[in-house]
Design a protein around this ligand. Structure first.
Ligand SMILES: *[C@@H]1O[C@H](CO)[C@@H](O)[C@H](O)[C@H]1NC(C)=O
Length: 606
């Protein structure tokens, strides 16, 4: 994340963390990044084997908040389309897994071996930041860094060392409902079944024809298509790593090949930056020698970046949004928070987003900088060609061909003066004009109720009728309930209300274990009606879902309730929040990309 505030390049690799993990298994890089086995795009590869349900990698990619709604409303279609393409590329990259390419009709989704582990972000904790002394009511870093974090992948299948990691981008994309094609669940079940079969052909035929019909039901034809005609082929399939890999062996690389030809993607871990007000920063997980690549920074170009990230709002005297040509409309100019994560050069109109896990956490190190940037040295990354292109073509270049390496050093690289000047100006002005913010953000409220120290219960209506007294936030619940177990409650006026029990998994569980209640599709506004339990036994709630106010859901666990910031009310919408891009070192900035030889004028509002 960013930092926020102080982010400039250069990581502060903290000495304290450097000592971590010597000589043990953590020395082995867990995730590599290299050219995908499927195409000339970036792919991620497992450096070690992962068990099903194991978390993959450094457990912290970041997510930027970006107000696309603004652009949908206000910009021309072509510009919005350009931004959407940019965001899609950034999103796909930052998730660090690749996407299995459709190569045959027979279930490319079988390659999927990882999903985003939604509970990691939905139930994230900010204890680290808040206990470090960060005070959102007074910090000049308020609103300068994203509060989304802890994006984590989980293995949904056994992943052998060297395998490419393929992510599930969602059931609509992958056509889960099509029963003629094997989906990720079919592959998983099939591998489970195959492992259990140690009997003869007769038993195998019985399994294949009869048992499968019972276990896979509607999906039996798809699942059956993954099996060989006789059981002798089974061991071979498992030896090759399961039913999906049997079809596509090239997705597994030799780990030694990865060591020599790929970038290690998990040298960094996230921690609270030692730079005051800087939020979180990147720290080295293992000892790194001078000259070693700390992290690859794949870039995604955003043409007309400064314009793209500027948001101009026209407001009437009541503060409502109006058309730009309306009389007496006042103009407010804000900048997307994403600017703080972008690299810029004063003589170029293009901005560059570092679309790799953890690299956007790299902060400005100033005199203590301990990494420098150089262009990729890997033969599979065609950075030479990208450096020759005109700016108009840059948005078409894949991140695979625009990789900058962060290399361990003690030297300081130049061109940070503009950023440092802007930050100083911001903090000086902040000190003079700072108004203490009194309404707490969702992050701080959630910490009260979900702190690892002492979690306060959410109040029942009898204890608080003020709706939390905070107009910037709303309460949301992660609700999945068993529709088959309805009870009816008699109300005082004689009417009855249906009450359903909360459940962690779908009652008809033929989906992944990770397909649980804690997913964003199950999250919505809710109102607490009653509370039971205590600190020792855990609090439980009866809630009324906003999407269906006629029913109640009981047994809702404390952990499934969270505050969220309402749109446009979170700290990053503060007009006073710091905004400035990171300097792209002039020494490595290609001449062909300097389309503004006279430089763009540094904006005064900073
Ligand atoms: C990140 O997610 C993992 C997996 O859910 C969880 O164990 C960990 O506590 C989370 N970390 C933070 C800081 O929220």
């Amino acid at each position: 994340m960013v930092v926020q505030a102080n982010r400039y390049l250069l990581l502060l690799v903290a000495a304290a963390v450097l000592a971590a993990g010597k000589g043990d298994d953590s020395e082995q890089c867990g995730v590599y990044i290299a050219e995908s086995s499927t195409d000339h795009v970036l792919g991620s590869f497992a450096g070690k084997s992962y068990q099903r349900d194991e978390l993959i990698g450094s457990s912290d990619a970041i997510v930027q908040a970006f107000d696309l709604r603004y652009h949908n409303r206000n910009e021309d279609e072509q510009f919005t389309a350009m931004l959407i393409t940019f965001l899609e590329r950034v999103g796909r990259r930052i998730l660090m897994g690749g996407q299995p390419r459709q190569r045959s009709s027979a279930g490319h989704v079988g390659m999927i071996n990882a999903v985003i582990y939604q509970p990691a972000t939905l139930l994230k904790s900010d204890t680290d930041l808040l206990s470090s002394g960060y005070d959102e009511s007074t910090s000049p870093g308020r609103g300068a860094f994203t509060l989304h974090h802890n994006l984590t992948l989980i293995a949904v299948d056994k992943i052998t060392a060297g395998s490419e990691i393929f992510l599930d981008f969602g059931s609509e994309y992958n056509g889960y409902e099509d029963v003629t094609k094997a989906n990720i669940d079919d592959y998983r079940k099939m591998d489970e079944a195959i492992e259990k079969i140690e009997a003869a052909d007769e038993v195998y035929q019985f399994m294949k024809n009869d048992v499968l019909d019972l276990t896979a039901e509607a999906r039996a034809p798809a699942a059956r298509s993954l099996l060989p005609s006789t059981y002798h082929g089974l061991q071979e399939i498992m030896d090759k790593g399961g039913s999906a890999l049997n079809t596509y062996p090239s997705v597994v690389k030799d780990v030694d090949w990865l060591k020599n030809n790929a970038y290690c993607q998990d040298n960094l871990v996230v921690g609270v930056s030692e730079i005051e007000h800087a939020g979180r920063g990147a720290f080295a997980k293992r000892e790194m020698k001078k000259g070693e690549v700390v992290a690859p920074m794949p870039l995604v170009a955003l043409n007309y970046g400064r314009k793209a990230l500027t948001m101009t709002e026209y407001l009437n005297e009541h503060g409502q949004e109006v058309d730009s040509d309306e009389d007496a409309a006042t103009t407010t100019v804000k900048t997307q928070q994403m600017l703080n994560y972008m690299l810029e050069h004063p003589q170029s109109s293009v901005l560059f987003f570092p679309a790799g896990p953890l690299v956007p956490y790299v902060n400005h190190g100033g005199k203590d900088a301990n990494v420098k940037m150089i262009w990729s040295t890997k033969p599979w990354s065609n950075v030479k060609n990208a450096q020759k292109l005109e700016v108009e073509s840059l948005s078409g270049v894949g991140a695979v061909d625009m990789i900058v390496e962060l290399v361990a050093t003690r030297g300081v690289i130049g061109l940070w003066r503009e950023w440092a000047k802007a930050w100083k100006k911001h903090t000086d002005e902040w000190k003079k004009k700072m108004k203490k913010v009194t309404l707490k953000s969702a992050m701080v409220l959630n910490e009260n109720h979900h702190s690892t120290e002492k979690a306060a219960p959410f109040p029942a209506p009898s204890e608080d009728d003020s709706d939390f007294g905070n107009e910037n936030v709303a309460l949301q619940c992660l609700l999945l309930y068993d529709v088959d177990k309805v009870e009816r409650r008699r109300n005082e006026d004689g009417t009855r209300t249906k009450v359903y029990p909360w459940i962690p998994h779908p009652a008809n569980a033929n989906r992944l274990k990770t397909d649980s209640a804690i997913r964003s599709i199950n999250r919505g506004g809710c109102r607490i009606v009653e509370r039971s339990g205590d600190e020792a036994s855990g609090y439980r709630y009866v809630v009324q879902p906003e999407s269906n106010p006629d029913i109640l859901v009981k047994n809702v666990p404390h952990s499934a309730i969270r505050f969220v910031d309402l749109p446009y009310r979170s700290p990053h919408h503060d007009e006073t929040a710091f905004r400035h891009a990171i300097g792209f070192p002039d020494a490595i900035f290609p001449a062909a990309w300097k389309d503004l030889p006279g430089g763009y004028k540094d904006r005064d509002e900073l």
